[in-house]
Design a protein around this ligand. Sequence first.
Ligand SMILES: Nc1ncnc2c1ncn2[C@@H]1O[C@H](COP(=O)(O)OP(=O)(O)OP(=O)(O)O)[C@@H](O)[C@H]1O
Ligand SMILES: [Mg+2]
Length: 450
Amino acid sequence: MSKTQIMVVDDELIMRESLAGWLERDGHQVDTAASGEAALKMLAQKRYDIILLDIKMEGMSGLEVLRQVMALELDTAVVMITAYGSISTAIEAMKSGAAEYLLKPFDPEELGILIEKIIHQQSQARENLYLKEQYRERTRFESMIGQATAMQVVFDLIQDVAPTDSTVLITGETGTGKGLAAKAIHTCGQRCNGPFVAVNCGAIPEHLMESELFGHQKGAFTDAKTTKKGRLELANGGTLFLDEIGEISMRMQIDLLRVLEDRVFYRVGGTQPMEADFRVIAATNRDLKTAIEAGSFREDLFYRLNVISFEMPPLRERKSDIPLLCDHFLARFARETNKPIRKIHREAMDEMMLYDWPGNIRELENAIERAVVIGKSAQVMLADLPIICGLPAARSSAPPDHTLKAVEKHHIETVLNEHRWNISHCAKLLGIDRSTLYNKIKRYQLQAPD
Ligand SMILES: Nc1ncnc2c1ncn2[C@@H]1O[C@H](COP(=O)(O)OP(=O)(O)OP(=O)(O)O)[C@@H](O)[C@H]1O
Ligand SMILES: [Mg+2]
């Protein structure tokens, strides 16, 4: 371990020398300065862990030196040396940022203990800083936020697969960040300087899909006024992201399989074979195995895509990330809307932690956006959140019976269960008074779970 660097600042030679002597005997590296001016000069040249600073000096006073040292915002601890009669000045110095003070006369042992204490505090503070930095690093990866273990696993996986050229299949519920993960793989891979071309297989009508992917020659069909490059060609040198691959038609599955096998294709209406070099990442929120069994997804295409696959965890399985995500979205939307909303009220946060987020991060993102837009206070309040209104259809299966009565019963039950049968709270959420709620509970014979 390197020696602790200490500077002794005192205008009395005898004090400087005795202090330096003791400290050196304890194994520290000591420099001395005979004035405040000299001390500041030395400080500009070298880093010190600790400065022992006499308060009463000719010329620049110890307090003034302290002020200037503090203004430099170093991680140096300043210990003021003061005579017995001037404790009030020492206290003033502590208020200005001195770490400790030492009363004259003092003995070497007392000095030694104080220095050890400061060294210990400093090493702890530095370790904390280091841990914090490490922690910060692990709370995000590319543009993905997440410090839950499930996300750390995803981050590690992405880091491992990114440098390869393997085809990746990302599965996971809607809104879990499959698109972001695909982008991160591209960004961390060898093709990062090439294009990232996304094809949303669920959003492009079947009859346009072929020309969208493979492009078309001028005149290939009525609307083909000019020759157009397809997404495959556009992805040359980069990554082709086949989003919602589970939605692709049986016919396109055959075409796609052929392309993935030999990377050769034809523009619609074209006769010349085209080649493109791209990495394929596909994503789906459907269970492709089930789709294969149901005959709506080709098994051979599945195995082509499923070289490396991983699942994005649903938000309800990493609820510890909710506060972090909230902060992230809140900061973003507050900035975008220029609103001074900086915090989420405890009640609102509790509610969000209880909720299961079937729409995952996208739903959370939308909830925060809405809260910021409608919010009237400096915090996001419970009332600003849409989820408290119930949205029973999104939270659990809707009742089979569509009469108003059945829907009301189901809604009340959902709200009660989700809010642990807190009657006052639920009545407020439902917009009725407590006695009405009690009556309805009785009428519908609702019962709290054990
Ligand atoms: N870990 C995350 N950190 C921050 N934002 C995220 C994270 N994951 C997702 N988001 C945001 O949530 C939204 C949904 O993400 P994304 O579109 O990647 O999800 P998806 O799984 O592809 O959803 P879908 O299946 O509906 O297409 C996006 O706005 C995205 O920026
Ligand atoms: Mg997506």
